[in-house]
Design a binder for this molecule. Structure first.
Ligand SMILES: Nc1ncnc2c1ncn2[C@@H]1O[C@H](COP(=O)(O)OP(=O)(O)O)[C@@H](O)[C@H]1O
Ligand SMILES: [Mg+2]
Length: 399
């Protein structure tokens, strides 16, 4: 059987692009792995360019369900499911990194374009490989050790306090545990993991960088994230971050360096620590749109979702500059409520100017489930912060 090589496949894909954007837009079948809220916001921008999106998600009620050409239900980590889904697509992309890499590699071999590239997703799926990558490339990050099982942690008794992180499968704080002394070892994970030195930080920062196949890169301005310690989710995001110029410069330098060293095509979110002694260290990275970029829909000239399509279609990247300062709050399921979601206080917050509510189309709420987000834009970031606290006190997801 004739096998299309990767180069031929890419040529065919770029030939389609050359035929003119409108025609290409109608011709390309774009497969999206994951059909959650990130996919939903990607689709909002895909509409502007006549892009045809097909999505795969394990949840038959996923937020993208009604918004795509065709919605398929299946496991993103299963080889056959991902391979079959990708077989008739031209371009495959992701909104979640926990996907079957072998299937993506095979699809790439058969001429499909997969952005971000499977090797990049593979590296990012494993926090151990991520740490080794930072070390190899002189990218500042906290010291670490790799362990295969819990009993090996004893060896690093001198190393306390640290964070133990599962190498694979963690998200939103699940898969991360803080271990302060050997007495806390019963809390430790019994799985291959990274032991990372505890970083005393002043702030958690984030930069989203985009890179297209031409090698053009553009960074969104640095933002500042405040986490809810209970839920381990972003509670408030402030854009731009209140940091010195030199810190901003360093954060953007690191994000661009990582994107270039990875050769990524697509978006890369870079989570950073600003340490109490003024250093910028990488925490972790994600190869897709990110919670720390939601405000860009209203607060920046180009949103992260628009930028993702531009990057993976090898179009000129948009201007990421800020139009107005913004604050983003996640709308999480309120504690003590489980069932069909109701949004209390919605009308109250909609009376305010510059308050943009985004609901994710999830029928059921449970404590801390990400049900939506709200962006508040103002000429003055202090006013935006005040309004955000008010919105947070008024708007609740209950059942
Ligand atoms: N080495 C560290 N020192 C201090 N805090 C950390 C460290 N690693 C992680 N954290 C805290 O835990 C949170 C979650 O860790 P992270 O590695 O980003 O996992 P996740 O994949 O769940 O987002 C971080 O946002 C930060 O608040
Ligand atoms: Mg994180």
């Amino acid at each position: 059987m004739f096998k299309i090589t990767k180069i031929e496949g890419n040529k065919r894909y770029f030939a389609k692009l050359m035929k003119g954007f409108t025609k290409q837009a109608q011709q390309l079948k774009i497969g999206l792995l994951g059909g959650g809220q990130l996919g939903r916001m990607l689709i909002q921008n895909a509409i502007n360019y006549n892009l045809s999106i097909y999505a795969l998600d394990p949840d038959k009620q996923a937020p993208c369900k009604h918004l795509v050409q065709k919605f398929s239900v299946g496991a993103l980590t299963d080889y056959d499911t991902v391979y079959e889904f990708g077989k008739d697509k031209d371009l495959i992309t992701i909104e979640i990194e926990n996907v079957n890499i072998e299937a993506l590699k095979q699809l790439e071999k058969e001429g499909k374009t997969v952005y971000p590239q499977p090797q990049v997703i593979e590296l990012i799926q494993d926090k151990g490989l991520q740490k080794m990558f930072y070390q190899r490339n002189n990218i500042p990050s906290a010291d670490f050790f790799l362990v295969e099982k819990k009993s090996q942690i004893q060896k690093y008794a001198d190393f306390f306090p640290f964070f133990q992180k599962l190498r694979k499968g963690g998200y939103d704080g699940k898969g991360v545990v803080k271990l302060v002394n050997p007495e806390q070892l019963d809390k430790a994970f019994e799985a291959p993991s990274v032991l990372e030195r505890l970083v005393p930080f002043e702030k958690e920062l984030s930069v989203i960088v985009a890179r297209n196949a031409n090698g053009e890169t553009k960074c969104f301005p640095v933002v500042e994230c405040e986490f809810n310690p209970q839920a381990n989710l972003v509670e408030f995001l402030f854009a731009p971050a209140n940091i010195k110029k030199s810190i901003e410069k360093e954060a953007l330098r690191i994000a661009t360096l990582i994107a270039e060293k990875l050769n990524i095509v697509g978006l890369l979110a870079v989570e950073l620590f600003l340490t109490t002694d003024g250093k910028v260290l990488v925490n972790e990275i994600a190869p897709r749109p990110h919670n720390s970029g939601h405000h860009t829909i209203e607060a920046n000239i180009t949103s992260q979702f628009e930028q993702h399509w531009r990057a993976i279609l090898n179009l000129p990247l948009g201007d990421p500059a800020i139009v107005k300062p913004g604050v983003m709050i996640n709308l999480l399921g309120d504690f003590g409520y489980e069932g069909i979601a109701r949004y209390e206080g919605l009308e109250d917050v909609m009376k305010f100017s510059g308050v943009y509510v985004h609901l994710y189309g999830k029928e059921k709420t449970k404590p801390f489930r990400k049900m939506g987000h709200v962006t508040i834009v103002e000429n003055d970031i202090l006013k935006a912060k005040q309004k955000a606290r008010l919105v947070k006190s008024l708007l609740k997801v209950v059942s």
